[in-house]
Design a protein around this ligand. Structure first.
Ligand code: FAD
Length: 393
């Protein structure tokens, strides 16, 4: 079998690439190891930056999002028993969109497979990449239903298979450098079957650890609680979770938290990595397959979309005879990747400094926070980074 492009992984990155290629008439096949139902329900991100939504919209991929997403204009920091509203839209004129990742994935699959007639194969196993350095690479896989081994010959392989995928591993050691950062911190990631406790994102800085609240929909709300890395989620009973959330998000004049059943409880060990270069021969990595950013600043999905736009546009241009986009692809992505990594590190200190048990770090953390509310220049710089640079969009 032949196809110009084989995309491995049907997350936001892979599906966006697939949709753009399909609209431009470049043939491609998307391979996904899970089922359609599974990927349409997998809860994860929820914050999408305005520039990314505009870019999706220009490609006909944001109709439902624009209809149903919430627009957020402010977040709130809670520390020392007080609430501090931070209105980023007042400072920049830009806002955040909140739209659960499963809904975005559902929209992108529907558009790719059902509207644009794209080829997507679910439940594949044992994906392997071959001859990436030659002119004619190929991808082999086992069909989920028949158990048959298949080979797809192609011009390019796009690796969008996330943090635990196989495409990054296909790059020989010595041809790639993976820069890593470990925060030494865990977050208990929770989804509660409950309306949000406040109509904006809440960040609670507390000596017992960070706590956060991110609205997702009128019925479901995400919460985070800092915990030791590798902690057992089963040690976090319903009572313990809500007691800690109430304590760490407590502030004068705050409405009580809206409690609900915990429908997801996972411990994330906070770490980042960046793979450089993001390409090897005819393999192009995009999204979490190339770089992971801990969910501290809600940046991962946005970086995945940024890569996908650049890569798909470059592949379309290549088909029309212009290869410059493909040549500069990795470098163009990495500028935003490193920018967002740096911001996540900065923000991590704000979230976690006060609970490090070091009075010096507590002092500097509180100084950082206060600066956001006393200096317009500091506040504007923060707002720009929090919203993501609109440069080029
Ligand atoms: P993925 O979404 O991981 O997609 C990869 C796909 O490849 C998956 O469908 C997977 O099943 C498939 N796959 C894997 N291996 C194979 C294989 N061998 N063969 C075939 N298919 C394979 N980001 C934000 O911007 N904002 C947020 O608010 C935010 N919150 C988050 C909260 C949590 C709890 C987590 C875990 C992440 C969060 N993120 C957030 C990050 C965001 O979810 C990811 O960055 C995003 O999903 C990356 O998209 P992707 O397409 O690169 O990879």
């Amino acid at each position: 079998e032949r196809s110009s492009v084989v995309v491995v992984g049907a997350g936001p990155a892979g599906l966006t690439v697939g949709n753009i290629l399909r609209a431009a008439g470049v043939d491609c096949v998307v391979l996904e190891c899970e089922s359609r139902t599974f990927i349409e329900r997998r809860p994860r991100a929820g914050v999408i930056e305005e520039w990314a939504v505009r870019a999706l919209d220009r490609r006909g991929l944001a109709a439902r999002l624009l209809k149903h997403a919430e627009r957020h204009t402010a977040c709130e920091f809670r520390f020392a028993g007080e609430r501090h509203r931070f209105g980023y839209t007042e400072l920049t004129g830009h806002h955040h969109f909140v739209y659960p990742q499963p809904l975005l994935v559902t929209d992108l699959v529907r558009e790719y497979a059902d509207v644009r007639g794209g080829d997507i194969r679910f439940g594949v196993r044992d994906v392997r990449l071959h001859d990436l350095e030659g002119e004619r690479p190929s991808v082999s896989y086992t069909c989920g239903d028949t158990g048959q081994r298949r080979v797809l010959h192609c011009e390019f392989v796009v690796g969008c298979d996330g943090a635990r995928g196989v495409t990054r591993e296909a790059i020989p050691a010595g041809r790639v450098r993976v820069a890593r950062h470990d925060y030494g911190i865990g977050w208990l990631a929770l989804l509660a079957q409950a309306p949000p406790s406040a109509d904006r994102v809440l960040f609670g800085m507390h000596e017992e650890g960070f706590a956060g609240q991110m609205p997702r929909s009128p019925e479901v709300t995400r919460y985070y609680l800092q915990c030791p890395p590798g902690d057992d989620p089963e040690g976090w009973s319903h009572e313990r979770v809500w007691t800690q959330l109430r304590r760490r998000l407590a502030a004068e004049g705050a409405a009580p938290l809206a409690e609900g059943e915990l429908i997801e409880k996972r411990v994330l060990d906070m770490h980042d990595y960046v793979t450089e270069p993001m390409t090897y021969g005819r393999l192009f990595l995009a999204g979490d397959a190339a770089h992971l950013v801990a969910p501290i600043a809600a940046k991962g999905l946005n970086l995945a979309l940024h890569d996908a736009f650049l890569l798909a546009d470059a592949l379309v241009a290549h088909a029309a005879g212009d290869s410059s986009g493909l040549e500069g692809y990795g470098e163009a992505c990495l500028r935003r990747v490193w920018d967002y990594q740096e911001f996540s590190q900065w923000l991590s200190e704000v979230y976690h400094g006060a609970s490090a048990g070091d009075p010096f770090r507590t002092g500097t953390t509180l100084a950082r926070l206060r600066r956001l509310f006393t200096s317009r220049a500091a506040a504007t710089a923060f707002a720009e980074q929090y919203l993501g640079a609109a440069e080029g969009y």
